[in-house]
Ligand binder design. Structure first.
Ligand SMILES: Nc1nc2c(c(=O)[nH]1)N[C@H]1C(S)=C(S)[C@@H](COP(=O)(O)OP(=O)(O)OC[C@H]3O[C@@H](n4cnc5c(=O)[nH]c(N)nc54)[C@H](O)[C@@H]3O)O[C@H]1N2
Ligand SMILES: Nc1nc2c(c(=O)[nH]1)N[C@H]1C(S)=C(S)[C@@H](COP(=O)(O)OP(=O)(O)OC[C@H]3O[C@@H](n4cnc5c(=O)[nH]c(N)nc54)[C@H](O)[C@@H]3O)O[C@H]1N2
Ligand code: SF4
Ligand SMILES: [Mo]
Length: 757
């Protein structure tokens, strides 16, 4: 029997609505949901491959536990017994920080990942928290924290209304967008051009996005902060800075002008490889456009001056009056955001409240750099205990973080490790217990994170498209049980975790004068919650307390879970609206244009002015049919142009004597890898590009298709020491490397990654 069911796609930040065809309990087809209020039928090849991913025979079905050195299948009870027995003695004997937590990217794509990890970290009381954010967008959180007082207040370019988009280090035609949730990002860019708007792309590669642009600036990698500083300098010196209605909400405009004095276009040109006149033109165009938005992503974050570049993106939006106005960059207001408080001074954002044990990296947003995970495990100091036990949820840092070989070894030395992961891969192969979540069709979906980054306010929820197979456990329940096992409450009813959160949240809300439920009885409110299980009750609570919520009856036409379930294709909540000064939580209650940590980091940028890197530098790339390290096991998404090759410019290839397709050895500070050369002028001279997420040839994994074309781990070229100092973010782009041709026979014998230790 065949039927259809709706499911929001969890495979990238675009959050497209899918219509799944289900035959005999299996997903057999995925199409775009034309009635979806936000994605309106858009789908990409990854979404179309949802059935293959859901049905991948290599997905783990039952927990694995290590027994005599080998992983064997086990029941859920036995698995959680092993988790409690593995974690608690470590925490009790060596202290909370000896238990580390690693949270990977898919946590922002699952309901479980939004609802339980904060409880896990708080319950453990550990400061050893590492997430994908520090190989990604932590610089943006830090710049937002410093500018606006809230690390999660990230302005989003108003794609559908802007007249001018300056896109820096992002390739949404392949990535489908990031920190800017916009289903059919490509279509929205084409619409921008069709309505007479302009698109400028700054990228060392002539990407598909760059080819669509009116202007492509092939910047030298790692120098965007200089380029943006010189643009801001131009605006300030040429009298083009006009923050308009933002002016009363700004603090430090005069200081900003002084701080940027040295960053003239002439001084920045050589380092960026963009001539001074072009830099001035970019600034003037931005100022002249009726509305404009500057937007920076991976290429502007994962670089040595990532926080400064992220800050300057918003500085340019502010100086041109484009922050917080339609057509510019605005703060979304999502349905599960907290009730907006009246504007006024807040608590501000603190950085470096504690430091990592070995290299003394400052925390950011309560996280330590993922680059430092290996040393926090394998290095003994007098400062305290190393990490001896690790909880890894939806992360594959052996491939996604710098120096995978070192981390691989470090993971092998742990007293205990548990992975919540559907695959036995390069990271989870080290676990003593693997807890596999069900495939996505069997899981509910709500975008807690991406709705706060969406180009339109909207809300959608999809229940599991097919029921849990016998023997499966929902990931929400897995994580609730993990919280209990890790915090000494092993065996308690997992719904107690949700009920505790509900009691605490409602208890606070009724005492909050701003809340729509102020003064009411929390027990009565809890009794009003609907939902089939704990996670749904929590969603209902958040919606009802949120900015569009029914306030538990205070606003009868407001939102709640029941209303959302009545609208399976979602509810549109309208375009983004100006919100300042309400979102500001700085101590001054204003946008702090030149925060002290930024001012203190500017001298480092100044020293970069005169520099021109010698030799080749490496950048990454994403392929439309990829997703970081974990889609290479799906045949429909591999092959063709989705290959782990080194892109290099014809001139560089000629100089180095490299022929197309020839194996080349790439050497960086952390090691060397060998990959076939792909000669293309899509990458600028002096720059080579290798994608990340490859290197599927370690023993003890169960990724049969991926192992057939393993590729190499680009992050082995890094040694983990290159960080953006303010955010602790890894430098993944603009990394110096050496490239040399390899004779084909020698490539065969090239180093194999370390065996399982
Ligand atoms: N050189 C270089 N390195 C990079 C990047 C780069 O551009 N260049 N990009 C960085 C970025 S932006 C990111 S976000 C990181 C990503 O790096 P990670 O956070 O390590 O994420 P993934 O590589 O996507 O691996 C996700 C893991 O989650 C598992 N998984 C998939 N679905 C689920 C699920 O529903 N539940 C659970 N529990 N697990 C699931 C997968 O099997 C896999 O093990 O990589 C970073 N690394
Ligand atoms: N198909 C696909 N989609 C994905 C992912 C995926 O792996 N595959 N991953 C998802 C994740 S986790 C994320 S975070 C997003 C990322 O989304 P995007 O930020 O759009 O990611 P990329 O496609 O890596 O684009 C980064 C661009 O920056 C360029 N670049 C490198 N160094 C520099 C530099 O110094 N300056 C400038 N200006 N540009 C530079 C690169 O050439 C590249 O084109 O994509 C998400 N979507
Ligand atoms: S664009 Fe992203 S969310 Fe949309 S179908 Fe493709 S992978 Fe899924
Ligand atoms: Mo990411």
């Amino acid at each position: 029997m065949s039927r259809t069911a709706l499911r929001i796609c969890p495979l990238c930040e675009a959050t497209c609505g899918l219509t799944l065809t289900i035959e005999d309990g299996r997903v057999t087809r995925a199409r775009g949901d034309r009635e979806d209020v936000f994605s309106k039928g858009f789908i990409c090849p990854k979404g179309a491959a949802f059935p293959d991913l859901d049905n991948d025979p290599d997905r783990l079905r039952v927990p694995l536990i290590r027994d005599g050195g080998e992983l064997r299948e086990a029941g859920w009870r036995e698995a959680f017994d092993a988790v409690a027995a593995g974690l608690r003695p470590v925490a009790e004997r060596y202290g909370a920080n000896s238990v580390g937590v690693v949270l990977g990217n898919p946590n922002v794509h699952t309901m479980a990942g939004a609802l339980y990890p904060p409880l896990l970290v708080a319950g453990l009381g550990t400061r050893s928290l590492f997430t994908a954010s520090t190989v990604d967008q932590m610089p943006k959180h830090v710049s937002s924290g410093l500018l606006f007082g809230d690390a999660n207040a990230i302005p989003v370019p108003d794609l559908d209304r802007t007249d001018h988009l300056l896109l820096i280090g992002a390739n949404p035609l392949e990535s489908n967008g990031s920190l800017c949730t916009a289903p059919d990002f490509p279509g929205r860019l084409k619409a921008l051009k069709a309505r007479g708007g302009t698109l400028t792309v700054v990228d060392p590669r002539r990407t598909r996005t760059a080819r669509l642009a009116d202007r492509h600036i092939a910047v030298r990698p790692g120098t965007d902060a200089l380029l943006l500083a010189a643009m801001a300098h131009t605006l300030l010196e040429e009298g083009l800075a006009d923050p308009g209605r933002l002016t009363p909400h700004l603090d430090g405009l005069g200081e900003l002008r002084d701080a940027l004095r040295d960053f003239t276009p002439g001084a920045a040109a050589a380092a960026c490889d963009v001539d001074a006149d072009t830099i001035r033109t970019l600034a003037r165009e931005l100022a002249a456009a009726p509305t404009a938005a500057v937007y920076g992503r991976i290429g502007s974050c994962t670089v040595p001056h990532g926080t400064l570049a992220s800050w300057l993106v918003d500085v340019l939006n502010i100086l041109t009056g484009n922050l917080d106005r339609p057509g510019g960059a605005l703060f979304p207001l999502s349905a599960t955001d907290k009730t907006p408080r009246p504007a006024g001074p807040g608590r501000g954002f603190a950085l470096g409240r504690w430091h990592s044990r070995v290299s003394r990296h400052p925390e950011a947003k309560s996280e330590l750099p993922l680059s430092a995970l290996a040393e926090e495990i394998d290095t003994v100091t007098e400062e305290g205990e190393p990490i001896r036990a690790l909880i890894v949820v939806a992360a594959n840092p052996v491939l996604s973080a710098p120096d995978g070989n070192r981390l691989d070894k470090a993971l092998g030395s742990l007293d205990f490790m548990v992975s919540v992961d559907p695959y036995l891969n390069e990271t989870s192969r080290h676990a003593d217990v693997v807890l596999p979540p069900p495939p996505p069709a069997q899981s509910p979906h709500y975008d807690f994170a991406f709705n706060t980054l969406a180009v339109r306010n909207q809300v959608r929820y999809t229940r599991p498209a097919v029921p849990l197979e016998p023997g499966r456990m929902a990931e929400t329940e897995i994580l609730a049980r993990l919280v209990l096992a890790a915090t000494g409450m092993h065996g308690a009813d997992p719904s107690a975790v949700d009920e505790t959160v509900i009691d605490q949240t409602l208890g606070k809300a009724v005492n909050d004068p701003v809340s729509p439920v102020h003064g009411r009885d929390p027990k009565e409110l809890a009794g009003l919650l609907t939902g089939a299980d704990g996670p749904e009750r929590r969603l209902d609570m958040m919606l009802r307390l949120g900015p569009y919520g029914d306030g538990f009856g205070a606003r009868p036409d407001g939102l709640g879970l029941a209303r959302l379930l009545d609208h399976p294709h979602g509810i549109d909540l309208g375009p983004l609206r100006p919100r300042l000064p309400q979102p500001l939580k700085t101590r001054s209650g204003k946008v702090e244009l030149l925060p002290a940590p930024i001012a203190a980091d500017l001298p480092r940028l100044r020293t970069a002015l005169g520099r021109r890197a010698e030799g080749l530098v490496l950048v990454g790339r994403r392929h439309l049919r990829s997703n970081n390290s974990w889609l290479h096991n799906v045949p429909a998404l591999t092959g063709g142009s989705n290959r782990c090759t080194l892109h290099l410019h014809p001139d560089d290839a000629g100089r180095l004597g490299i022929a197309d397709g020839q194996p080349v050895r790439i050497t960086g500070a952390g090691g060397a890898v060998t990959a076939p050369a792909e000669i293309t002028d899509a990458v600028r001279q002096g720059v080579v590009s290798l994608p990340h997420g490859w290197g599927h040839d370690r023993p003890g994994t169960r990724l049969r298709h991926a192992a057939g074309d393993p590729g190499v781990n680009v992050n082995q070229l890094l040694d983990g020491t290159r960080l953006d100092p303010l955010s602790g973010n890894a430098v993944l782009n603009g990394v110096p490397v050496e490239v040399a041709p390899v004779a084909p026979e020698a490539a065969e014998a090239a180093e194999k990654p370390g065996a399982l230790t």
